[in-house]
Design a protein around this ligand. Structure first.
Ligand code: FES
Length: 106
């Protein structure tokens, strides 16, 4: 999915990402983590700022995404660091769902 309207990019069918799961959705050349938590979709840069590990290969625990490499934890709803060997948050992106399609703002 690559349609772009008002800087929103269609990235996935909402039905393809069950609640409590996450996956990487490439947007242009960037890896974006798309997570579905409690009926809402959240998008973060899919790269931990510590050693650049792909967060989408970690664990999603409620609203916390845990880095697979050294276990830094981020709030998937905001990108804020919760715990770990790093001091930087992860950028987050606005999302919306229209006609069953998840869109991420770039
Ligand atoms: S790469 Fe994520 S905590 Fe080290």
């Amino acid at each position: 999915m690559t349609d772009t309207v008002d800087n929103f990019v269609a990235v996935a069918a909402a039905a393809d990402l069950p609640d409590g799961t996450m996956r990487c959705v490439p947007i242009e050349r960037e890896r974006v983590l798309l997570a579905h938590v409690a009926g809402r979709f959240y998008a973060l840069r899919d790269m931990c700022g510590h050693r650049n590990a792909p967060l989408s290969r970690g664990r999603l625990i409620g609203t916390i995404v845990e880095c697979p490499l050294h276990f830094a934890q981020f709030d998937v709803t905001t990108g804020r660091l919760v715990d770990g060997p790093i001091s930087a948050d992860v950028p987050s992106y606005e999302t919306k769902v229209e006609a069953g399609v998840v869109l991420v703002r770039r």
